[in-house]
Design a protein around this ligand. Structure first.
Ligand SMILES: N[C@@H](CCC(=O)N[C@@H](CS)C(=O)NCC(=O)O)C(=O)O
Length: 212
């Protein structure tokens, strides 16, 4: 398999974690967002939406991290990344949606770039925008994690909720969110960081990450 990825892409980071947890090897194909390689015709043939990640499975290309994660979960049963119980699964999916539907889309690169170029927003304003929506989502997630069982976001083994949360925590720091103000989220981060599958998916560990 081949994963089209950028070290700082949090949606690609989700997929990197899941591939590692499921023991699936994928060659990383770096796409440089800074050089706008995601808008190049060659990449648009891979993903017409011009977004990362894209996973070439050998049978075709999958896009949208949520679809890729669900496909991995359905085709590789171990370890399960969703609880067995339908009610618990809905709780995990709700946590994923807070990140995937409510936080990330309004703080991803193209939205921030639009604010800069169409509304003359400076870096302070852009960072404030990102922090606002990340904090709104984290306020809710903090309470949900507190109410949930176990040492991870939901339960005693990593689930999709952790796979969404960890990259979002990374993004949060990039924009100056004080993650320590969310002690339950910070605890989950610590628990996940000690698992190899999470650690080697980290942006700093990626082949296209800048040295140092
Ligand atoms: N909903 C999509 C979001 C994909 C997305 O926004 N990816 C970002 C990187 S995390 C991207 O490619 N951004 C390029 C841009 O915004 O121009 C998914 O989960 O795959």
């Amino acid at each position: 398999m081949k994963l089209y990825s950028h070290y700082r892409s949090s949606a690609a980071y989700r997929v990197r974690i899941a591939l590692n947890l499921k023991g699936v090897t994928a060659e990383i194909i770096p796409i440089d967002l800074g050089k706008r390689e995601h808008h190049a015709p060659k990449f648009l043939e891979v993903n017409p939406q011009g977004l990362l990640p894209a996973l070439d499975t050998g049978h075709g290309v999958l896009t949208q991290s949520s679809a890729i994660l669900e496909w991995l979960e359905e085709t590789r049963k171990e370890p399960p990344l969703l609880p067995e119980d339908a009610w618990a699964r809905a709780q995990v999916r709700a946590m994923c949606a807070i990140v995937g539907s409510d936080i990330h889309p309004v703080q991803n690169r193209r939205v921030l770039s639009y604010l800069k170029h169409e509304f003359d927003a400076d870096q302070d304003a852009i960072f404030k925008w990102a922090r606002t929506w990340i904090t709104a989502g984290f306020d809710a997630l903090e309470r949900l994690v507190d109410q949930a069982p176990g040492k991870y976001a939901f339960g005693d083994t990593p689930t999709l909720a952790d796979i969404y949360l960890m990259p979002q925590v990374y993004n949060a720091r990039q924009y100056g969110v004080d993650v320590d103000k969310f002690p339950n989220i910070a605890k989950v981060e610590q628990a996940c960081a000690s698992i190899d599958a999470f650690a080697i998916a980290h942006p700093r560990k990626q082949p296209d990450a800048p040295a140092g």
